[in-house]
Design a protein around this ligand. Sequence first.
Ligand code: NOJ
Length: 535
Amino acid sequence: MNTPWVHKTSIYQIYPRSFYDSNGDGIGDLQGIIQKLDYIHKLGFETIWISPFFSSPQADTGYDISNYTDIAPEYGTMNDALQLIDEVHQRGMKIVFDMVMNHTSIEHEWFKESSSSKDNPKADWYIWRDKPNNWQSMTGGSGWHYSTERGQYFWSSFLPFQPDLNYRNPEVKKAMFDTVRFWLGKGVDGFRLDIFNVIYKDVEFRDNPFSFKLAPTEDDPSGFFQEAKYTLNQPESFEFAKELRAVCNEFGDRILLGEVSGNKSIIRRFLGDETNNGLGLVFDFEMLGFQFTAGYFHELIQRIETHFPEPFMPVYVFSNHDRRRSIHKLGNDLRKAKLLALLQLTVRGVPCMYYGEEIGMTNLPQPFATALDPIPHKFKLIPRFVFDALGMTINRDEVRTPMQWNSDKNAGFSSAEKTWLPVHENHKEINVERESLQENSLLNTVQAIMKIRNSEAAVREGSLRLLKNLPEGVLGYERKLENESVFIYLNFSDTKREIQFTGVKILFQTARSGEINGGDIQLGGFDGIILKPSA
Ligand code: NOJ
Protein backbone atom coordinates (compact mmCIF):
# COMPACT_ATOMS: atom_id res chain seq x y z
CA MET A 1 0.00 0.00 0.00
CA ASN A 2 1.22 3.46 -0.83
CA THR A 3 -0.06 5.65 2.01
CA PRO A 4 1.24 9.23 1.73
CA TRP A 5 3.26 10.35 4.77
CA VAL A 6 0.62 13.00 5.47
CA HIS A 7 -1.85 10.20 6.24
CA LYS A 8 0.38 8.16 8.51
CA THR A 9 2.02 10.90 10.48
CA SER A 10 1.33 11.89 14.09
CA ILE A 11 0.96 15.53 15.13
CA TYR A 12 1.95 17.32 18.34
CA GLN A 13 0.50 20.82 18.71
CA ILE A 14 2.71 23.49 20.26
CA TYR A 15 1.26 26.72 21.58
CA PRO A 16 4.53 28.67 21.27
CA ARG A 17 3.79 31.24 23.97
CA SER A 18 3.54 28.46 26.53
CA PHE A 19 6.00 25.80 25.47
CA TYR A 20 9.47 26.87 26.58
CA ASP A 21 10.96 30.30 27.26
CA SER A 22 14.63 30.37 26.28
CA ASN A 23 15.36 34.03 27.11
CA GLY A 24 13.62 34.56 30.44
CA ASP A 25 10.97 37.10 29.36
CA GLY A 26 8.08 34.93 30.54
CA ILE A 27 6.97 34.10 26.98
CA GLY A 28 7.77 30.89 25.11
CA ASP A 29 9.79 31.31 21.92
CA LEU A 30 11.22 29.59 18.84
CA GLN A 31 14.61 28.90 20.42
CA GLY A 32 12.68 27.35 23.29
CA ILE A 33 10.95 24.99 20.87
CA ILE A 34 14.32 24.09 19.34
CA GLN A 35 15.63 23.21 22.79
CA LYS A 36 12.71 20.89 23.39
CA LEU A 37 12.63 19.13 20.01
CA ASP A 38 14.46 16.10 21.40
CA TYR A 39 11.70 15.72 23.96
CA ILE A 40 9.03 15.53 21.24
CA HIS A 41 11.21 13.29 19.13
CA LYS A 42 11.68 10.89 22.04
CA LEU A 43 7.96 10.97 22.73
CA GLY A 44 7.58 9.64 19.20
CA PHE A 45 5.64 12.32 17.31
CA GLU A 46 6.74 12.99 13.76
CA THR A 47 5.10 16.34 13.04
CA ILE A 48 4.87 19.49 15.10
CA TRP A 49 2.19 22.06 14.40
CA ILE A 50 2.94 25.45 15.92
CA SER A 51 0.20 28.03 16.55
CA PRO A 52 1.01 31.41 14.89
CA PHE A 53 4.20 33.25 15.79
CA PHE A 54 4.12 35.84 13.01
CA SER A 55 4.07 39.64 13.46
CA SER A 56 0.91 40.50 15.30
CA PRO A 57 -0.48 42.94 17.85
CA GLN A 58 -1.39 39.73 19.75
CA ALA A 59 -4.96 40.83 20.35
CA ASP A 60 -5.90 37.18 19.73
CA THR A 61 -2.45 35.81 20.66
CA GLY A 62 -1.19 35.61 17.12
CA TYR A 63 -4.38 34.68 15.27
CA ASP A 64 -4.43 38.33 14.21
CA ILE A 65 -1.50 38.58 11.82
CA SER A 66 -0.04 41.88 10.67
CA ASN A 67 2.71 40.39 8.49
CA TYR A 68 2.64 36.78 7.28
CA THR A 69 6.32 36.58 6.41
CA ASP A 70 7.84 38.12 9.50
CA ILE A 71 8.25 36.79 13.03
CA ALA A 72 6.87 38.52 16.13
CA PRO A 73 9.92 39.73 18.11
CA GLU A 74 8.91 38.00 21.35
CA TYR A 75 9.19 34.66 19.50
CA GLY A 76 12.47 35.35 17.72
CA THR A 77 13.67 36.18 14.24
CA MET A 78 13.46 34.83 10.72
CA ASN A 79 16.79 33.10 11.36
CA ASP A 80 15.30 31.36 14.37
CA ALA A 81 12.37 30.18 12.23
CA LEU A 82 14.74 28.85 9.56
CA GLN A 83 16.89 27.18 12.20
CA LEU A 84 13.79 25.58 13.68
CA ILE A 85 12.75 24.17 10.30
CA ASP A 86 16.24 22.82 9.82
CA GLU A 87 16.52 21.31 13.31
CA VAL A 88 13.16 19.59 12.88
CA HIS A 89 14.29 18.07 9.58
CA GLN A 90 17.63 16.98 11.01
CA ARG A 91 15.66 14.81 13.43
CA GLY A 92 13.64 13.27 10.61
CA MET A 93 10.59 15.18 11.78
CA LYS A 94 8.15 17.53 10.01
CA ILE A 95 6.92 21.02 10.77
CA VAL A 96 3.53 22.57 10.12
CA PHE A 97 2.80 26.29 10.45
CA ASP A 98 -0.57 27.82 11.24
CA MET A 99 -2.00 29.70 8.27
CA VAL A 100 -4.68 32.23 9.17
CA MET A 101 -5.95 32.93 5.67
CA ASN A 102 -9.45 34.10 6.40
CA HIS A 103 -8.54 37.31 8.16
CA THR A 104 -5.66 39.59 9.03
CA SER A 105 -5.19 41.96 11.93
CA ILE A 106 -6.60 45.48 11.52
CA GLU A 107 -2.94 46.46 11.80
CA HIS A 108 -1.94 44.67 8.61
CA GLU A 109 -0.76 47.16 5.94
CA TRP A 110 -3.33 45.66 3.56
CA PHE A 111 -6.16 46.62 5.87
CA LYS A 112 -4.75 50.04 6.65
CA GLU A 113 -4.68 50.77 2.94
CA SER A 114 -8.06 49.20 2.26
CA SER A 115 -9.78 51.20 4.99
CA SER A 116 -8.16 54.49 3.98
CA SER A 117 -10.68 55.26 1.19
CA LYS A 118 -13.20 53.68 -1.17
CA ASP A 119 -10.92 53.92 -4.19
CA ASN A 120 -7.42 52.94 -3.06
CA PRO A 121 -5.63 50.04 -4.84
CA LYS A 122 -6.61 47.62 -2.05
CA ALA A 123 -10.15 48.98 -1.61
CA ASP A 124 -11.60 45.60 -2.55
CA TRP A 125 -9.19 43.40 -0.54
CA TYR A 126 -11.61 43.13 2.38
CA ILE A 127 -15.40 42.84 2.51
CA TRP A 128 -16.99 46.29 2.65
CA ARG A 129 -20.67 47.31 2.63
CA ASP A 130 -22.58 50.54 3.06
CA LYS A 131 -25.08 48.80 5.31
CA PRO A 132 -24.79 45.68 7.44
CA ASN A 133 -27.08 42.71 6.76
CA ASN A 134 -28.18 40.41 9.60
CA TRP A 135 -25.06 38.22 9.70
CA GLN A 136 -23.72 37.29 13.11
CA SER A 137 -20.04 36.66 13.76
CA MET A 138 -18.88 33.25 15.00
CA THR A 139 -18.39 34.73 18.46
CA GLY A 140 -21.89 36.28 18.60
CA GLY A 141 -23.16 39.76 17.75
CA SER A 142 -23.03 41.44 14.36
CA GLY A 143 -19.78 40.83 12.48
CA TRP A 144 -20.07 44.19 10.71
CA HIS A 145 -17.92 47.01 12.06
CA TYR A 146 -17.91 50.63 11.01
CA SER A 147 -14.78 52.34 9.76
CA THR A 148 -15.12 56.08 10.24
CA GLU A 149 -12.18 56.62 7.94
CA ARG A 150 -13.81 54.89 4.99
CA GLY A 151 -17.44 55.50 5.96
CA GLN A 152 -18.39 51.84 5.43
CA TYR A 153 -18.73 48.59 7.35
CA PHE A 154 -16.20 45.78 7.10
CA TRP A 155 -16.98 42.14 7.81
CA SER A 156 -15.22 40.07 10.52
CA SER A 157 -16.18 36.42 10.93
CA PHE A 158 -14.45 36.21 14.31
CA LEU A 159 -13.57 39.31 16.37
CA PRO A 160 -13.81 43.00 15.34
CA PHE A 161 -10.03 43.39 14.98
CA GLN A 162 -9.81 40.43 12.54
CA PRO A 163 -11.27 41.69 9.23
CA ASP A 164 -11.99 38.99 6.63
CA LEU A 165 -10.08 39.10 3.37
CA ASN A 166 -12.08 39.12 0.15
CA TYR A 167 -11.15 35.95 -1.74
CA ARG A 168 -13.39 36.93 -4.64
CA ASN A 169 -10.63 39.37 -5.51
CA PRO A 170 -7.96 37.44 -7.52
CA GLU A 171 -5.21 39.70 -6.15
CA VAL A 172 -6.00 38.57 -2.60
CA LYS A 173 -5.93 34.94 -3.61
CA LYS A 174 -2.61 35.43 -5.35
CA ALA A 175 -1.11 37.27 -2.37
CA MET A 176 -2.10 34.45 -0.05
CA PHE A 177 -0.95 31.68 -2.37
CA ASP A 178 2.36 33.51 -2.64
CA THR A 179 2.59 33.54 1.15
CA VAL A 180 1.98 29.80 1.17
CA ARG A 181 4.69 29.36 -1.49
CA PHE A 182 7.05 31.57 0.51
CA TRP A 183 6.95 29.24 3.52
CA LEU A 184 6.84 26.02 1.52
CA GLY A 185 9.93 27.29 -0.27
CA LYS A 186 11.62 27.65 3.12
CA GLY A 187 10.95 23.98 3.80
CA VAL A 188 7.76 24.06 5.85
CA ASP A 189 5.92 20.73 5.54
CA GLY A 190 2.43 22.18 5.46
CA PHE A 191 -0.18 24.19 7.26
CA ARG A 192 -2.98 23.96 9.73
CA LEU A 193 -5.70 26.17 8.26
CA ASP A 194 -7.54 28.46 10.66
CA ILE A 195 -11.36 28.64 10.36
CA PHE A 196 -11.07 27.44 6.79
CA ASN A 197 -14.79 27.04 6.24
CA VAL A 198 -15.57 30.75 6.38
CA ILE A 199 -13.17 31.73 3.59
CA TYR A 200 -16.10 32.56 1.28
CA LYS A 201 -19.32 34.30 2.21
CA ASP A 202 -22.47 34.53 0.08
CA VAL A 203 -21.79 36.66 -2.97
CA GLU A 204 -25.25 38.30 -2.72
CA PHE A 205 -25.04 38.96 1.02
CA ARG A 206 -28.40 37.30 1.63
CA ASP A 207 -29.64 37.44 5.22
CA ASN A 208 -29.12 34.29 7.27
CA PRO A 209 -32.39 32.56 8.22
CA PHE A 210 -33.71 32.57 11.79
CA SER A 211 -32.98 29.54 13.95
CA PHE A 212 -33.96 28.60 17.50
CA LYS A 213 -30.39 27.53 18.17
CA LEU A 214 -28.65 29.56 20.87
CA ALA A 215 -25.15 28.12 21.13
CA PRO A 216 -23.03 26.79 18.25
CA THR A 217 -22.19 23.09 18.60
CA GLU A 218 -19.36 21.07 17.10
CA ASP A 219 -21.37 19.41 14.37
CA ASP A 220 -23.58 22.44 13.70
CA PRO A 221 -21.91 25.83 13.94
CA SER A 222 -25.16 27.77 13.66
CA GLY A 223 -26.12 29.67 16.79
CA PHE A 224 -27.09 33.01 18.26
CA PHE A 225 -30.60 32.44 16.80
CA GLN A 226 -29.32 32.25 13.28
CA GLU A 227 -28.61 29.51 10.76
CA ALA A 228 -25.18 30.24 9.33
CA LYS A 229 -26.42 29.42 5.85
CA TYR A 230 -24.66 32.21 3.99
CA THR A 231 -21.59 32.73 6.15
CA LEU A 232 -20.15 29.21 6.41
CA ASN A 233 -19.31 26.29 4.13
CA GLN A 234 -20.08 28.01 0.83
CA PRO A 235 -19.54 25.99 -2.39
CA GLU A 236 -16.64 28.28 -3.34
CA SER A 237 -14.79 27.29 -0.14
CA PHE A 238 -14.81 23.61 -1.18
CA GLU A 239 -13.35 24.58 -4.55
CA PHE A 240 -10.79 26.79 -2.85
CA ALA A 241 -9.55 23.74 -0.92
CA LYS A 242 -8.67 22.10 -4.23
CA GLU A 243 -6.92 25.20 -5.54
CA LEU A 244 -4.84 25.45 -2.40
CA ARG A 245 -3.99 21.76 -2.65
CA ALA A 246 -2.75 22.31 -6.19
CA VAL A 247 -0.48 25.12 -4.98
CA CYS A 248 0.96 22.86 -2.28
CA ASN A 249 1.43 20.01 -4.72
CA GLU A 250 3.97 22.19 -6.52
CA PHE A 251 6.20 21.34 -3.55
CA GLY A 252 5.36 17.63 -3.17
CA ASP A 253 3.30 16.00 -0.43
CA ARG A 254 2.53 18.64 2.19
CA ILE A 255 0.03 18.75 5.02
CA LEU A 256 -3.12 20.82 4.66
CA LEU A 257 -5.04 20.33 7.88
CA GLY A 258 -8.33 22.18 7.91
CA GLU A 259 -10.09 23.68 10.89
CA VAL A 260 -13.68 23.30 9.83
CA SER A 261 -16.83 23.43 11.90
CA GLY A 262 -19.57 21.21 10.61
CA ASN A 263 -20.71 17.63 10.35
CA LYS A 264 -18.97 14.75 8.63
CA SER A 265 -20.55 15.42 5.21
CA ILE A 266 -19.20 18.97 5.30
CA ILE A 267 -15.76 17.73 6.31
CA ARG A 268 -15.87 15.20 3.51
CA ARG A 269 -16.50 17.97 0.96
CA PHE A 270 -13.40 19.86 2.08
CA LEU A 271 -11.36 16.72 1.35
CA GLY A 272 -12.22 17.02 -2.35
CA ASP A 273 -13.61 14.40 -4.68
CA GLU A 274 -12.95 10.63 -4.71
CA THR A 275 -9.22 11.11 -5.18
CA ASN A 276 -8.91 13.33 -2.09
CA ASN A 277 -7.75 16.30 -4.14
CA GLY A 278 -8.90 18.86 -1.53
CA LEU A 279 -7.40 19.19 1.93
CA GLY A 280 -5.42 16.12 2.96
CA LEU A 281 -6.73 16.23 6.53
CA VAL A 282 -9.58 17.94 8.37
CA PHE A 283 -10.31 18.03 12.11
CA ASP A 284 -13.56 16.45 13.21
CA PHE A 285 -14.46 18.42 16.31
CA GLU A 286 -17.50 16.33 17.14
CA MET A 287 -15.18 14.03 19.10
CA LEU A 288 -14.09 16.85 21.42
CA GLY A 289 -17.45 16.31 23.09
CA PHE A 290 -16.84 12.57 23.48
CA GLN A 291 -18.62 10.41 26.02
CA PHE A 292 -16.28 8.01 27.70
CA THR A 293 -18.06 4.78 26.82
CA ALA A 294 -17.34 1.88 24.53
CA GLY A 295 -20.69 2.47 22.82
CA TYR A 296 -19.89 6.09 21.99
CA PHE A 297 -16.50 5.28 20.46
CA HIS A 298 -17.83 2.23 18.63
CA GLU A 299 -20.46 4.35 16.96
CA LEU A 300 -18.04 7.23 16.30
CA ILE A 301 -15.45 4.98 14.68
CA GLN A 302 -18.14 3.28 12.61
CA ARG A 303 -19.38 6.62 11.26
CA ILE A 304 -15.86 7.87 10.65
CA GLU A 305 -14.99 4.72 8.72
CA THR A 306 -18.13 5.16 6.61
CA HIS A 307 -17.42 8.81 5.81
CA PHE A 308 -13.65 8.68 5.43
CA PRO A 309 -12.63 5.35 3.89
CA GLU A 310 -9.41 5.16 1.90
CA PRO A 311 -8.00 7.26 0.28
CA PHE A 312 -9.22 9.59 3.04
CA MET A 313 -7.77 9.64 6.52
CA PRO A 314 -9.55 10.97 9.62
CA VAL A 315 -7.90 13.03 12.33
CA TYR A 316 -8.38 12.13 15.99
CA VAL A 317 -8.22 15.14 18.29
CA PHE A 318 -9.48 15.51 21.87
CA SER A 319 -8.27 18.97 22.87
CA ASN A 320 -6.58 22.09 21.54
CA HIS A 321 -5.80 25.69 22.47
CA ASP A 322 -9.49 26.65 22.27
CA ARG A 323 -11.17 23.81 24.16
CA ARG A 324 -10.90 22.23 27.57
CA ARG A 325 -8.11 19.82 28.35
CA SER A 326 -9.24 16.26 27.84
CA ILE A 327 -8.53 15.05 31.37
CA HIS A 328 -11.20 17.45 32.60
CA LYS A 329 -13.84 15.33 30.89
CA LEU A 330 -12.28 12.24 32.44
CA GLY A 331 -12.67 13.40 36.03
CA ASN A 332 -8.86 13.60 36.28
CA ASP A 333 -8.71 9.81 36.20
CA LEU A 334 -5.32 8.78 34.81
CA ARG A 335 -6.51 5.28 33.94
CA LYS A 336 -9.06 6.87 31.64
CA ALA A 337 -6.48 9.27 30.20
CA LYS A 338 -4.25 6.32 29.29
CA LEU A 339 -7.16 4.55 27.65
CA LEU A 340 -8.06 7.65 25.63
CA ALA A 341 -4.43 7.95 24.51
CA LEU A 342 -4.44 4.28 23.52
CA LEU A 343 -7.49 4.88 21.36
CA GLN A 344 -6.19 8.10 19.83
CA LEU A 345 -2.81 6.61 18.92
CA THR A 346 -3.96 3.24 17.58
CA VAL A 347 -7.24 3.90 15.77
CA ARG A 348 -7.13 4.45 11.98
CA GLY A 349 -6.32 8.12 11.70
CA VAL A 350 -3.78 10.83 12.27
CA PRO A 351 -3.59 11.65 15.99
CA CYS A 352 -3.21 15.30 16.91
CA MET A 353 -2.16 15.81 20.52
CA TYR A 354 -2.07 19.20 22.25
CA TYR A 355 1.07 19.96 24.29
CA GLY A 356 0.80 18.84 27.91
CA GLU A 357 -1.88 16.25 27.23
CA GLU A 358 0.82 13.59 27.44
CA ILE A 359 1.36 14.42 31.12
CA GLY A 360 -2.28 15.08 31.95
CA MET A 361 -2.13 18.86 32.32
CA THR A 362 -5.36 20.32 33.62
CA ASN A 363 -7.33 23.50 33.01
CA LEU A 364 -6.47 26.41 35.28
CA PRO A 365 -9.70 28.30 36.08
CA GLN A 366 -9.18 32.06 35.84
CA PRO A 367 -11.55 35.03 36.14
CA PHE A 368 -13.09 36.39 32.94
CA ALA A 369 -12.46 39.99 34.00
CA THR A 370 -8.67 39.75 33.89
CA ALA A 371 -8.42 37.35 30.94
CA LEU A 372 -5.87 38.01 28.21
CA ASP A 373 -8.12 36.12 25.82
CA PRO A 374 -10.53 38.62 24.23
CA ILE A 375 -13.48 36.21 24.11
CA PRO A 376 -14.49 36.21 27.81
CA HIS A 377 -14.66 40.01 27.74
CA LYS A 378 -17.53 39.70 25.28
CA PHE A 379 -19.46 37.54 27.73
CA LYS A 380 -18.54 39.01 31.09
CA LEU A 381 -22.15 39.79 32.00
CA ILE A 382 -23.15 36.14 31.77
CA PRO A 383 -22.33 34.10 34.89
CA ARG A 384 -19.68 31.48 34.43
CA PHE A 385 -21.84 28.53 35.50
CA VAL A 386 -23.94 28.97 32.36
CA PHE A 387 -20.94 28.20 30.15
CA ASP A 388 -19.80 25.42 32.46
CA ALA A 389 -23.22 23.82 32.15
CA LEU A 390 -23.02 24.09 28.35
CA GLY A 391 -19.53 22.56 28.45
CA MET A 392 -18.06 25.63 26.76
CA THR A 393 -14.58 27.04 27.38
CA ILE A 394 -14.99 30.78 27.13
CA ASN A 395 -11.74 31.87 28.77
CA ARG A 396 -9.17 30.08 26.65
CA ASP A 397 -6.34 31.27 28.93
CA GLU A 398 -7.39 28.34 31.12
CA VAL A 399 -6.13 25.76 28.61
CA ARG A 400 -3.02 27.67 27.50
CA THR A 401 -0.95 27.76 30.68
CA PRO A 402 2.80 27.11 30.52
CA MET A 403 4.08 23.61 29.88
CA GLN A 404 4.98 21.82 33.09
CA TRP A 405 8.52 20.56 32.62
CA ASN A 406 9.51 19.99 36.25
CA SER A 407 8.61 20.92 39.83
CA ASP A 408 10.92 23.97 39.96
CA LYS A 409 9.92 27.63 39.81
CA ASN A 410 7.53 28.28 36.90
CA ALA A 411 7.48 24.52 36.27
CA GLY A 412 10.84 24.92 34.53
CA PHE A 413 9.10 26.81 31.71
CA SER A 414 10.80 30.15 32.30
CA SER A 415 13.25 31.90 34.61
CA ALA A 416 11.16 35.11 34.56
CA GLU A 417 9.61 36.61 37.69
CA LYS A 418 6.23 36.58 35.98
CA THR A 419 5.15 34.31 33.16
CA TRP A 420 2.64 35.55 30.55
CA LEU A 421 -0.06 33.31 32.04
CA PRO A 422 0.17 31.80 35.52
CA VAL A 423 1.73 28.37 35.91
CA HIS A 424 -0.61 25.76 37.41
CA GLU A 425 0.34 24.99 40.99
CA ASN A 426 -0.19 21.28 40.32
CA HIS A 427 3.10 21.32 38.40
CA LYS A 428 4.69 19.91 41.54
CA GLU A 429 3.00 16.59 40.75
CA ILE A 430 2.15 16.88 37.07
CA ASN A 431 5.36 17.45 35.17
CA VAL A 432 7.60 15.85 32.57
CA GLU A 433 10.58 15.21 34.83
CA ARG A 434 8.58 13.41 37.49
CA GLU A 435 6.51 11.37 35.08
CA SER A 436 9.50 10.27 33.08
CA LEU A 437 10.76 8.53 36.25
CA GLN A 438 7.46 6.75 36.97
CA GLU A 439 7.28 3.59 34.92
CA ASN A 440 3.51 3.57 34.58
CA SER A 441 2.96 7.31 34.18
CA LEU A 442 0.73 8.81 31.49
CA LEU A 443 3.86 10.21 29.82
CA ASN A 444 5.55 6.81 29.63
CA THR A 445 2.30 5.26 28.46
CA VAL A 446 2.02 7.71 25.57
CA GLN A 447 5.65 7.14 24.70
CA ALA A 448 5.27 3.35 24.79
CA ILE A 449 2.18 3.43 22.56
CA MET A 450 3.89 5.81 20.15
CA LYS A 451 6.79 3.39 19.94
CA ILE A 452 4.41 0.64 18.89
CA ARG A 453 2.64 2.94 16.44
CA ASN A 454 6.01 3.82 14.90
CA SER A 455 7.20 0.24 14.63
CA GLU A 456 3.96 -1.48 13.54
CA ALA A 457 2.94 -0.40 10.05
CA ALA A 458 -0.49 -1.97 10.61
CA VAL A 459 -1.17 0.56 13.38
CA ARG A 460 -0.04 3.52 11.29
CA GLU A 461 -1.64 2.71 8.00
CA GLY A 462 -3.57 -0.54 8.20
CA SER A 463 -7.31 -0.96 7.71
CA LEU A 464 -9.61 -1.00 10.74
CA ARG A 465 -12.23 -3.62 11.60
CA LEU A 466 -14.43 -3.17 14.65
CA LEU A 467 -14.72 -6.42 16.63
CA LYS A 468 -18.07 -7.83 17.64
CA ASN A 469 -19.40 -9.91 20.55
CA LEU A 470 -17.13 -8.39 23.16
CA PRO A 471 -17.90 -8.22 26.89
CA GLU A 472 -20.00 -5.26 27.94
CA GLY A 473 -18.06 -2.00 28.05
CA VAL A 474 -15.21 -3.31 25.89
CA LEU A 475 -14.30 -1.79 22.55
CA GLY A 476 -12.05 -3.73 20.22
CA TYR A 477 -10.65 -3.35 16.76
CA GLU A 478 -8.19 -5.01 14.45
CA ARG A 479 -5.65 -3.03 12.47
CA LYS A 480 -4.44 -4.95 9.47
CA LEU A 481 -1.89 -4.35 6.76
CA GLU A 482 -1.29 -7.17 4.30
CA ASN A 483 -0.55 -10.21 6.51
CA GLU A 484 0.20 -8.26 9.68
CA SER A 485 -2.51 -7.74 12.28
CA VAL A 486 -2.64 -5.97 15.60
CA PHE A 487 -5.62 -6.17 17.97
CA ILE A 488 -6.56 -3.42 20.40
CA TYR A 489 -9.03 -3.88 23.27
CA LEU A 490 -10.17 -1.08 25.54
CA ASN A 491 -12.17 -1.68 28.69
CA PHE A 492 -14.33 1.39 29.29
CA SER A 493 -15.82 -0.12 32.44
CA ASP A 494 -14.51 0.10 35.97
CA THR A 495 -14.54 -3.66 36.51
CA LYS A 496 -12.49 -6.57 35.25
CA ARG A 497 -13.22 -8.06 31.86
CA GLU A 498 -11.91 -11.16 30.17
CA ILE A 499 -11.35 -11.63 26.49
CA GLN A 500 -10.68 -14.90 24.74
CA PHE A 501 -7.56 -15.01 22.66
CA THR A 502 -5.01 -17.65 21.85
CA GLY A 503 -1.65 -17.44 20.18
CA VAL A 504 -0.91 -13.80 20.89
CA LYS A 505 1.71 -11.76 22.58
CA ILE A 506 1.00 -8.61 24.54
CA LEU A 507 2.70 -5.62 22.97
CA PHE A 508 1.44 -3.23 25.63
CA GLN A 509 -1.13 -2.93 28.37
CA THR A 510 -2.08 0.39 29.97
CA ALA A 511 -2.49 -1.10 33.48
CA ARG A 512 0.74 -3.07 32.96
CA SER A 513 -0.70 -6.17 34.62
CA GLY A 514 -1.05 -8.24 31.49
CA GLU A 515 -1.69 -11.89 32.07
CA ILE A 516 -2.47 -14.63 29.64
CA ASN A 517 -4.14 -17.59 31.34
CA GLY A 518 -4.79 -20.26 28.78
CA GLY A 519 -6.98 -18.53 26.22
CA ASP A 520 -8.14 -15.73 28.53
CA ILE A 521 -6.70 -12.29 28.80
CA GLN A 522 -7.57 -10.22 31.82
CA LEU A 523 -8.32 -6.53 31.50
CA GLY A 524 -8.57 -4.45 34.66
CA GLY A 525 -10.98 -1.52 35.06
CA PHE A 526 -10.28 1.14 32.39
CA ASP A 527 -7.48 -1.02 31.08
CA GLY A 528 -6.44 -1.32 27.47
CA ILE A 529 -4.21 -3.74 25.62
CA ILE A 530 -2.43 -4.14 22.31
CA LEU A 531 -2.05 -7.74 21.11
CA LYS A 532 -0.24 -9.24 18.21
CA PRO A 533 -0.72 -12.79 16.95
CA SER A 534 2.52 -14.66 17.62
CA ALA A 535 4.22 -15.74 14.44
C1 NOJ B 1 -9.56 29.49 15.50
C2 NOJ B 1 -8.34 29.45 16.37
O1 NOJ B 1 -8.13 28.13 16.79
C3 NOJ B 1 -8.60 30.40 17.52
O2 NOJ B 1 -7.62 30.30 18.53
C4 NOJ B 1 -8.67 31.79 16.96
O3 NOJ B 1 -9.01 32.69 18.00
C5 NOJ B 1 -9.72 31.90 15.86
N1 NOJ B 1 -9.67 30.81 14.94
C6 NOJ B 1 -9.58 33.18 15.08
O4 NOJ B 1 -8.43 33.13 14.28
